[in-house]
Write a protein that binds this ligand. Structure first.
Ligand code: SF4
Length: 508
């Protein structure tokens, strides 16, 4: 193809090129994307990932989720198309989290965006990258501005010399969290792989055992958790299929070939659609604590057509060990839970089973049928479950509940420290530990016990630093409270008023 059919609307492209993005306003960017021919994409994103109370991401750029999934896959190249500042932030974050892989980038300016040359640049980059000796797949991700400008990734070739080309739109004004952005790419890859498998023979998955019945876990889990879950399933004659998001292209075929898909993280809407299209039953919740594990094994057994007596055998193998681990390390504390990983309800269940009082759990992820059992279980025990929780709701709940420990996102933990409440980062501390089976039961109690002990120390710190770092007392090395230069604030106020008046008289 030599000449690009210019589907982008020039005025829309020009307007988004001039300083929109995270702060450009969701409605404006959504309207621009629709005017530029992306209505179907925006409708699909809105259906899969319903928006929450906040109209912009309150965590990192959502596209990080897709980028991370691409970067973690073997023989997969990932290319970003977006504003340089967004790409800088995403690349930095990827390497901060140890990507050790090249992030491709197709830059643009107002001219290449408006004329459609950006699409040609993307197409050239994809052709230059898609070498079958290096890659199985090339992923190209449209960030906010190219999506709002209608850069038509669907016009890229579907494959080049056998290398699959996957183009996705992951705008911050259409995908609310980075968790759901993982699903955008995972779902697109599963769809591609399912179509391949349905049209003819595909490469044999590396560790495939003929005739083995498997369960495909959906969600990025702590590395030891799948092993523990595999041991729980073994008495039922079930093994684990490769996880979603996958680590290698041919793993996608093995995952789709499962007996049952387990939506342990409940927000993978597009991926689940592909498992269902492949005729696989899907089970929600996860094997946390005694009751969670018992219910989950029963659901898996039912979906896989395993006789009750065999399921009971599997339960008898694992439940006493979980019960023992919980009894050995009971949690006596009030804990609030907030996060954007998608496992918040499972963590809250485990804490609750271990004896903690959990008045509030907030998740940035949406309500789906796959966490319904967890929601009901928690609410029956007096926990308030808040889907699509905003930071403001999380903070208000923490202030109200005055917990012994708050698990939460970075800004929530910062707020907790200011209030003298012990707090732990959900992503770095809770998600970096096992959650399932006896290992999960033991590890959660250990961190809660260690952190709640610090409450008295926190109170002392708060009183020691009282007033330091707040606006009028900010700074280091003052013996007394700093004094404003006389008349300074008054002069600044007058200057601002004069500037506003001058702008008003010029008009727009
Ligand atoms: S791509 Fe990400 S960082 Fe860039 S404007 Fe969109 S949401 Fe913000």
């Amino acid at each position: 193809m030599d000449q690009l059919p210019l589907t982008a609307v020039p005025e829309a492209a020009a307007s988004v090129a001039t300083g929109s993005g995270c702060h450009g306003g969701r409605e404006t960017l959504d309207a621009a994307a629709r005017a530029a021919g992306k209505s179907a994409t925006m409708d699909k994103l809105a259906a899969d990932y319903p928006q929450g109370p906040h109209d912009q991401p309150q965590s990192m750029c959502p596209a990080f989720g897709s980028l991370r999934v691409g970067l973690r896959m073997r023989r997969t190249a990932t290319i970003l198309s977006g504003s340089a500042c967004c790409v800088y932030g995403l690349t930095f974050t990827s390497h901060f989290y140890g990507a050790r892989r090249t992030v491709g980038y197709v830059p643009f300016n107002s001219e290449t965006l408006v004329t459609g040359k950006l699409f040609e640049d993307i197409r050239d980059a994809v052709h230059a990258t898609a070498k079958p000796e290096d890659y199985d797949a090339v992923v190209i991700i449209n960030l906010c501005v190219p999506t709002a400008s209608g850069v038509p990734l669907d016009l890229l070739p579907k494959q080049i010399d056998g290398v699959r080309i996957i183009g996705i739109d992951v705008p911050g004004f259409g995908v609310p969290t980075h968790a759901e952005a993982k699903d955008v790419l995972a779902g697109a890859m599963l769809r591609y792989a399912r179509n391949e498998a349905e049209s003819g023979p595909v490469a044999r998955p590396r560790q495939m055992v003929d005739g083995e019945r498997t369960v495909a876990l959906i969600g990025e889990l702590f590395p030891a958790d799948p092993m523990g879950v595999g041991a729980m399933l073994a008495p039922m004659g079930l093994a684990l299929a490769p996880q979603t998001p996958a680590r290698e292209w041919r793993d996608l075929y093995a995952a789709l070939d499962c007996e049952v898909a387990a939506a342990v993280h409940p927000f993978y809407t597009a991926s689940i659609r592909e498992f269902r299209a492949a005729g696989r039953p899907v089970v929600g919740s996860g094997p946390v604590g005694v009751e969670g594990t018992e219910a989950w094994l029963a659901s898996i057994g039912r979906a896989a057509g395993i006789p009750d007596s065999v399921v009971d055998l599997a339960k008898q193998r694992v439940l006493p060990a979980i019960r023992g681990a919980l009894a050995a390390a009971p949690i006596k504390a009030r804990v609030t839970v907030s996060g954007y990983e998608g496992s918040e309800l499972l963590v809250a269940r485990l804490l609750s089973e271990a004896g903690a009082e959990v008045p509030y759990v907030g998740t940035a992820c949406p309500r789906t049928e796959w966490s319904e059992a967890d929601r009901q279980w928690l609410e029956a025990r007096g926990t308030h479950v808040q889907y699509r929780a905003s930071l403001e709701q999380d903070v208000a709940a923490m202030r109200d509940a005055q917990p012994d420990l708050a698990l939460g996102t970075t800004p929530l933990v910062q707020k907790a420290k200011e209030l003298g409440i012990p707090a732990l980062y959900f992503t770095n501390m809770v998600s970096a530990r096992p959650l399932f089976g006896p290992a999960g039961a033991g590890s959660m109690a250990a961190i809660v016990a260690a952190q709640t002990k610090g409450r008295e120390r926190f109170s002392r710190m708060v009183s020691f630093f009282e007033g330091v770092g707040t606006p009028d007392g900010a700074g280091y090395g003052f013996k007394d409270k700093p004094v404003d230069p006389p008349g300074f604030r008054d002069r600044q106020r007058k200057l601002r008023a004069a500037k506003a008046k001058a702008e008003e008289s010029v008009g727009t």
